[in-house]
Design a protein around this ligand. Structure first.
Ligand code: PHB
Length: 390
């Protein structure tokens, strides 16, 4: 009798997971506080996905459950990821703006049988922390490597590197140093700032004192980047002819109105520009602009989230809605599609996204608004950070 009951219960569980179900996706990001705009862009990208492709995958309905981690806070991220898995019974974890928040949730994945789709966090090593991590954003190795050659070819031979002192900043520094030195340039000094730094005057003084002809800089996009670029312009470095080169985090579109004329001509390398000229991007930007209250607030986390939802929909398709993290991740290894950013592939070995990195320049439209204008493409860029870490 006992045995029979057990089998019946198992059959019931099996039947309920195979039938038409609501599949929950838990999304962790900064939805309040100084970085709220970045979280808002996760939501805009996800809503754009639903607007263009619907909420159904086969017989199943996708539901997103949001959790707020306002600033990098690994303990809070881990607690919320646990709550999402245990109480909300999410089948997928996604989002993660900051590296420490993504890292903190990776130890849960295996036991919970849950894949994680990283929609922003950009430190190379995240994908090595669990075989269930897939990333649809970028790494700072990927975005910072091409700008080194651009800077050297522009005639800037001595540079100082200034980064936020945590995962993606350290990766950016290493990437820049490796590529710039290989090109023939000299890094005269490297500066790592605490993540919470918001007074950049002492840093600008160090830049002046270093005698560098150019600055390489990485900070996570948000109030930090806006403050840094403003300080660079206001401290007379730009006027002195010192050049600023950076990955595109420093010129996210939502910051351009506040930076105004002073950012004009600034060159950055990145995986996505709102201005990218393609039918896929036109449809995406239209839908994402509707999803966000002010279209001028659109920025790159939206595309990482939109593509993340595509990956999750493919995972749901492959598993027929059943919770099977291994099968889900296996199904998207090698997956290629045309993203709003251009052609992309989930590299089957690293589970990180291979994509085109664009050189862009801050330009002005005829009606006076600023944008990142793509001027050169570096195609099929994998993540050099993974090879470097080996
Ligand atoms: C990160 O914490 O990994 C991160 C955050 C914002 C960025 C880039 C990287 O713009």
């Amino acid at each position: 009798m006992k045995i029979w009951l057990g089998a019946a219960a198992a059959a019931l569980i099996f039947a309920s997971s195979a039938a038409a179900d609501t599949i929950k996706v838990g999304v962790i990001g900064p939805f309040s506080g100084p970085f709220a705009l970045q979280g808002k862009n996760f939501k805009a990208g996800i809503d754009a996905w639903f607007a263009l492709h619907g909420k159904s995958v086969g017989d199943h309905t996708v539901e997103v459950v949001y959790r707020d981690v306002p600033q990098a806070d690994p303990a809070q991220s881990k607690a919320l990821a646990q709550e999402l898995v245990v109480k909300e019974k999410v089948q997928y974890l996604a989002g993660f703006y900051f590296t420490p928040d993504a890292m903190a949730a990776t130890p849960l994945l295996k036991q919970a049988n849950v894949p994680m789709v990283v929609m922003n966090a950009a430190t190379s090593a995240i994908v090595t922390k669990s075989p269930y991590v897939v990333r649809t954003s970028f790494t700072t190795w990927q975005t910072s490597t091409p700008i080194a050659k651009v800077a050297f070819d522009a005639g800037v031979k001595k540079m100082i590197s200034v980064v936020s002192d945590y995962g993606p900043g350290v990766d950016a520094e290493n990437a820049f140093k490796a590529a710039y030195t290989a090109a023939g340039g000299t890094v005269v000094e490297t500066v790592r700032m605490p993540l919470a730094t918001n007074d950049f005057s002492p840093i600008m003084q160090r830049v002046k004192d270093s005698g560098a002809e150019g600055v390489f800089a990485f900070l996570p996009s948000g109030p930090t980047t806006l403050g840094f670029v403003k300080a660079f312009n206001d401290n007379g470095l730009k006027a002195k002819g010192v050049k600023l080169f950076a990955p595109g985090d420093l010129t996210q579109e939502s910051d351009l109105p506040a930076l105004g004329e002073s950012a004009l001509g600034m060159q950055t390398t990145f995986h996505y520009a709102i201005s990218h000229d393609s039918p896929e991007n036109k449809a995406f930007v239209e839908a994402a602009a509707k999803a966000i209250s002010n279209p001028k607030e659109l920025s790159f986390p939206a595309v990482g989230a939109y593509d993340g939802m595509y990956v999750i929909s493919k995972m749901i398709e492959a598993t027929g809605g059943k919770q099977d993290a291994e099968k889900a991740v296996e199904a998207v290894k090698g997956l290629s599609w045309t993203s709003p950013r251009g052609p992309v592939t989930i590299d089957p070995e690293s589970r990180h996204i291979t994509q085109t990195i664009y050189l862009r320049e801050v330009a002005k439209t005829a009606d006076g608004s600023y944008y990142n204008k793509e001027i050169k493409s570096f195609e099929k860029q994998g993540d050099p950070g993974l090879a470097a870490a080996k």
